[in-house]
Design a protein around this ligand. Structure first.
Ligand SMILES: Nc1ncnc2c1ncn2[C@@H]1O[C@H](COP(=O)(O)OP(=O)(O)OP(=O)(O)O)[C@@H](O)[C@H]1O
Ligand SMILES: [Mg+2]
Length: 234
């Protein structure tokens, strides 16, 4: 579904991605792990089109999309739930969800909103509240729900569990697992490497703008290098 080859991206003269290649097959959950500043967010932003690339190619569903505007990529089926949530604070929960469907013209929008409410019942309870009045975990659910409202083929999740309590982390990871079961393809960026690899089919380790390891979720979980660098084990 997604084929990224030799992607480079820079902030001014400083290159953040030094030729990244990876792929995601339909219906897979693929984890992207790596320490602070490794380039995970830069990579997701390059995929959604809000960060410019300087070299490389992005192919999505058989089409080269790296010159497309972010809007056109959303219309093709790529949605991102950004790091730090970035919901529209003064708008209600319901309006934030509606904005997630802005590229759509079909009749399924209300059904999809109901599906988001079924997945995160607290969003239904708070549908008329301003997004900024929600807790951090609820805002994270809203950011994921908003991305889902675009009916994406590929969902890009940037640190969905960041700063959440263990209960909420479990709830978010459970939601990701149920999305996988319903056939949504996911590229998941997480600092919480153990939890991410446990629910992922495959994973990549990004270090200083380069992919240094790849493998199945279980292979990476048992890889000694991964364990010492990212899992806090020896
Ligand atoms: N707006 C920016 N301007 C300049 N440099 C940036 C900018 N954003 C990120 N960088 C640099 O690019 C590199 C990759 O950053 P990025 O945010 O992609 O990392 P990350 O893996 O998402 O980290 P984190 O786990 O902290 O979210 C880092 O060296 C960072 O300092
Ligand atoms: Mg980041």
């Amino acid at each position: 579904m997604l084929e990224v080859s030799n992607l480079r991206s820079a902030y001014g003269r400083i290159e953040g991605l030094h030729g990244v290649s990876l792929s995601v097959r339909a219906a897979e959950v693929v984890a992207l792990i790596g320490s602070n500043g490794a380039g995970k967010t830069t990579l997701l932003r390059a995929l959604s089109g809000v960060q410019a690339i300087t070299a490389g190619e992005i192919n999505f569903c058989g089409e080269r999309i790296d010159r497309f505007t972010p809007h056109r990529r959303v219309a093709r089926g790529i949605a991102q739930s950004p790091e730090g949530r970035q919901v529209f604070g003064p708008l209600t929960v319901a309006d934030n969800l509606r904005l997630g469907a802005y590229t759509r013209r079909d009749r399924e929008i209300d059904n999809d909103r109901d599906r988001v409410f079924a997945m995160f019942p607290v969003l239904h309870e708070k549908r008329s509240h301003a997004a900024e009045s929600l807790s951090g975990g609820q805002q994270q659910m809203l950011a994921i729900g908003r991305a889902l409202m675009g009916k994406p083929k590929l969902l890009l999740l940037d640190e969905p569990s960041l700063g959440l309590s263990p209960t909420l982390v479990d709830q978010i990871l459970g939601a990701i697992a149920s999305l996988k079961a319903s056939g949504v393809t996911i590229l998941l960026v997480e600092q919480n490497a153990i939890a991410a690899l446990e629910i992922s089919d495959r994973g990549y380790v990004l270090e200083s703008g380069r992919i240094v390891l790849e493998g199945s979720g279980s292979d990476l979980l048992s890889n000694p290098k991964v364990r010492s660098a990212y899992l806090g084990a020896d």
